[in-house]
Each structure stands twice: as structure tokens, then as C-alpha cells.
Design a protein around this ligand. Structure first.
Ligand SMILES: [Zn+2]
Length: 280
């Protein structure tokens, strides 16, 4: 991806600030997060629990001013995230709607968020409560080495997927799904979560199409890298790696094939109306 000429809209850079400390019962939270990290990304829970020792400071939410990072890794996230916001600003405008851009936060190890303590082992995530995308850049090593998804566009897909969750939040889809999930059985709630995740994949494909139309920055192999990442983070792939078998009822992100299918749907013509994973 020829990203260097892209617009740089800033990041909230909390790297080197130290993480939040633990309040009573925080250890339990970290263990749960560690298990989530293991389940979703195949990270050894022990590494997270050991990370407890290094967490210091206050539980209050940290804030850093939004600025432009000096390092290339930070600038890459900045450019892709800015491009995703620019894409959705234009798409909302075309429908007579107003889009409020997300903020991306770079952090090390742990940080306070509107959704509780963010932990590196959780992988990148979006917090609807504070409308921020959180990324610890060590995830790129996990993506490359443990999940086998290589290349800059694998990373771009991940960032665009998280911004896709912000789009869902802006459209009221996140709230709607959360309300529905409280009313239905666990397996039905999982099925709704899968549709939410697949729609974020489709939105990542929409960004890939629209941003390339504007920037012409795709290089040979980029789309294959995104597809490789979508496949690598599919629940069946991860479950096979961790349990040796696939349990469809507990899928919350979607199978590798479905994730690839929906990314490709979004990328086919860049039309977000094609991303109705709930009606499909
Ligand atoms: Zn997601």
C-alpha cells in the first residue's frame, strides 16, 4: 500500500504513558480479559496475568492530546484511520447524514477506556462508549507471526474493520443489536454478534474500494493480504488452533469463509448498502 501521501488527521498517542492501576477485583477482570485474548487471538493467558505486575498508576481514564506521531508505525495507523473517517464522511454526506469521526488511540500494554481497561492481549478494539479505536501496535507482530497474516494491508484491514464498528455505532446498529441480544438465547445472541462483525468486515471492504478510488494506493497483493487477515481472524480458524475442533454455536465473529466473503462484497463496488448482513 502506497500510504505515505495520505492525509494525516492525528492520533491520540498514549504510548509511554504507563497504564491504569488495578482497583479491587481488577485481577479477576484481567484474568477474564486474558481468557478473551486467548479465545479470540490465541494468546497465552499467562502472559497477560504476568502483565499485572507492570500495571501502575490510577484507574482514571487517560487522555493524551491528538497529534501526529513521528514514527512510521504510528503514521501508518494515522493515515489509514484518517482515510477511513474521510471515506465515511463522504458516504454519509451522500445520504444527507452527518458522520462524526472516530479517534484512534495508540497505547502500550494497558490503558483506561470508556469500556473498562484496554489490554494489549485483547487485540485492537472499538469502544462505543467513548467512540475510540484502541490499538497496541504489538498486535501487528501477533497478526504476522502467530496468525500468519502478513503485510501492511492486513493491518489496514484491521483498522478499517474497527472504524466499521464506529460506523455501526453512528448508525444505531450497535445499540439495536445490544438490545436484541438481551432478549434472546445465547446462541441467537452469538448469531447477531457474528452479523455485526461480518458487517464491519464488509465496511472494511467498502473503505478499501473507496479509498483506492481516491488515492490509487493499492499495490499488487494488497487485497490478498486483507483477505488473509480476514481469514486468519475467523472464529473457526482460531477455534481449530486453540481447541482442535470447531463449535459453530459459539462463533461470535464469523467463519473465515464468511469474513472473506463479506470483505469482498464491500470491496466489489464500495456500496455500504450491500453490507446488510442482518437481512442476508
Ligand atoms: Zn470486530
Amino acid at each position: 500500500m502506497k500510504w505515505q501521501g495520505g492525509r494525516r488527521g492525528g492520533v491520540e498517542d498514549r504510548r509511554g504513558m504507563g497504564g491504569p492501576g488495578m482497583i479491587g477485583g481488577g485481577g479477576v477482570v484481567v484474568v477474564i480479559l486474558a481468557l478473551v485474548g486467548y479465545y479470540v487471538f490465541g494468546i497465552d493467558p499467562q502472559t497477560v496475568v504476568n502483565g499485572l505486575e507492570s500495571i501502575q498508576g490510577s484507574q482514571s481514564q487517560q487522555q493524551a492530546s491528538v497529534g501526529t506521531p513521528k514514527d512510521e508505525a504510528g503514521q501508518f495507523v494515522e493515515v489509514v484511520h484518517t482515510s477511513a473517517n474521510d471515506t465515511w464522511t463522504a458516504l454519509f454526506q451522500a445520504q444527507g447524514k452527518t458522520y462524526s469521526p472516530s479517534t484512534v488511540v495508540l497505547y502500550d500494554n494497558a490503558t483506561g477506556t470508556g469500556c473498562g481497561t484496554g489490554q494489549a492481549a485483547m487485540g485492537p478494539f472499538y469502544c462505543p462508549a467513548d467512540q475510540r479505536v484502541y490499538i497496541d501496535l504489538s498486535f501487528w507482530t501477533t497478526l504476522d507471526q502467530q496468525l500468519g497474516a502478513k503485510g501492511d494491508y492486513a493491518r489496514a484491514y484491521v483498522i478499517a474493520h474497527e472504524v466499521g464498528h464506529h460506523v455501526q455505532n453512528q448508525l444505531g446498529i450497535t445499540d439495536y443489536v445490544q438490545q436484541q441480544e438481551r432478549r434472546v438465547s445465547r446462541s441467537a445472541a452469538n448469531a447477531l454478534s457474528v452479523r455485526l462483525e461480518l458487517q464491519a468486515d464488509c465496511y472494511a471492504g467498502v473503505w478499501a474500494y473507496q479509498s483506492n478510488l481516491k488515492m490509487n494506493w493499492l499495490e499488487a497483493g494488497d487485497i490478498e493480504e486483507a483477505i488473509g487477515a480476514a481469514s486468519a481472524v475467523g472464529d473457526d480458524t482460531l477455534q481449530e488452533a486453540s481447541q482442535g475442533r470447531v463449535v459453530p454455536d459459539s462463533f461470535t465473529h464469523g467463519s473465515a469463509a464468511d469474513r472473506v466473503k463479506w470483505f469482498k462484497t464491500g470491496f466489489a463496488n464500495g456500496d455500504p448498502r450491500q453490507c446488510d448482513t442482518f437481512g442476508a
